[in-house]
Design a protein around this ligand. Structure first.
Ligand code: AMP
Ligand code: MG
Length: 349
């Protein structure tokens, strides 16, 4: 019998490796990629070149998609005083404001998911978000009385939407909304829509972990999305092969702060007023649109295992990384398909 290290085997292995490398380089050559800073994160758009779609046309489409992301940011950012959201947040008790259909729909959908997630995803969390942002800046934890006061303003029932007049008002003074848990998903969906309108059939838009995969990477391969290890940025612990689906990950990866030796997430539990504990490390949701996946991923970080039941009833699947003693493990829910690979060993090392 021939040993596996015979010259013939080595030649064959070298030829296969070279062919794979050439194929990979070709694929890269055939891909137009652009990354820009937007919405406080890095947004990356990739469009594979195809017969009839040259680099100039792909560049044009990518530019238009980034324009759309900028437009969405201008409307929904709480960090811009002139945004529609900031103007809404300036409303006093008894005042109402006419808003665009776009803003109305996104707020309405957010409120719908507050009900679906039993209050875990709630855009009225903003007074609490601000309180914890102040804590981060000042290095002083909020007082219990401050949390209690902010909690009084929280609750989707405090948002009054009038569909006939297309207006919004608040039921209490001091209510404010933050679309930070859904705006990146929305911008991603909008960017994809713009690419499609221009005629692009395959693309990937990644807004700092809010990803939509349009079509496929090539004729033979779907898009492959790797999910970063929550504590080792250079490692991937999960891979998914996706076509025409969103993959969104939320968690305490980057956006967190430490105070008095404790790690605090940027996601707040609207029911308690405190940042979510470190038991849920991250949540990845796969769904047909990025908005839904974005809201569910944030909600799962609040609800943990409990939230997996919601995923089962939604058109979605999810994988959450939870603490397992001093290690981590993955739990999944929904219609988990074969193209989902978890490298559990990498997490438990
Ligand atoms: P994401 O990164 O999509 O999970 O969204 C996190 C952002 O959403 C935070 O930075 C806040 O602006 C906002 N947020 C925090 N907690 C919640 C919550 N429970 N529901 C909705 N939005 C939240
Ligand atoms: Mg989210």
């Amino acid at each position: 019998m021939k040993s596996a290290k015979s010259p013939l085997f080595l030649i064959l292995a070298t030829v296969i490796a070279a062919a794979c490398l050439i194929y990979a380089l070709r694929q890269r050559e055939n891909m137009v990629e652009e990354s820009r800073l937007a919405m406080g994160t890095i947004v990356q758009i990739k469009v594979p070149l195809r017969p009839g779609l040259d680099k100039k046309a792909a560049d044009y489409a990518i530019d238009r998609a980034f324009d759309e992301i900028d437009r969405v940011e201008k409307v929904f950012s709480v960090y811009r005083q002139d945004s529609e959201i900031s103007r809404i947040n300036g409303l006093k008790l008894g005042e109402e404001m006419k808003i665009t259909t776009e803003t109305f729909s996104l707020i309405e959908r957010s409120v719908e998911y507050t009900k679906k997630t039993s209050g875990a995803f709630d855009i009225t969390v903003y007074p609490l978000v601000r309180l914890w942002q102040d804590a981060r800046m000042s290095g002083r934890l909020p007082a219990v009385s401050e949390i209690k006061k902010a909690l009084e303003k929280v609750g989707a029932a405090n948002i009054i939407l009038d569909k006939t007049k297309m207006t919004i008002s608040f039921a209490k003074d001091g209510v404010a909304i933050d679309l930070g848990g859904v705006a990146k998903g929305y911008a991603t969906d909008r960017a994809i829509k713009v690419l499609q309108e221009i005629g692009i059939r395959d693309a990937i838009v990644n807004s700092g972990g809010d990803i939509y995969c349009l079509g496929a990477r090539s004729k033979f391969r779907p898009w492959r999305v790797g999910i970063r290890h929550p504590r080792k940025s250079s490692e991937v612990f999960m891979e998914l092969d996706v076509m025409d689906e969103a993959v969104v990950t939320s968690g305490d990866y980057e956006k967190y702060f430490t105070l008095e030796g404790r790690r605090y997430s940027h996601i707040i539990d609207p029911r308690t007023g405190y940042p979510v504990g470190d038991y849920i490390i991250s949540a990845t949701v796969v769904s047909e649109d990025t908005v839904r996946a974005d809201m569910l991923a944030t909600a799962l970080c609040v609800l943990g295992r409990e939230g997996l039941k919601i995923v089962d009833s939604e058109k979605a699947m999810a994988a959450i990384v939870v603490k397992d003693g001093d290690k981590m493990k993955v739990e999944m829910a929904g219609n988990v398909r074969g193209s989902f690979r978890v490298y559990q060993k990498k997490l438990s090392q």
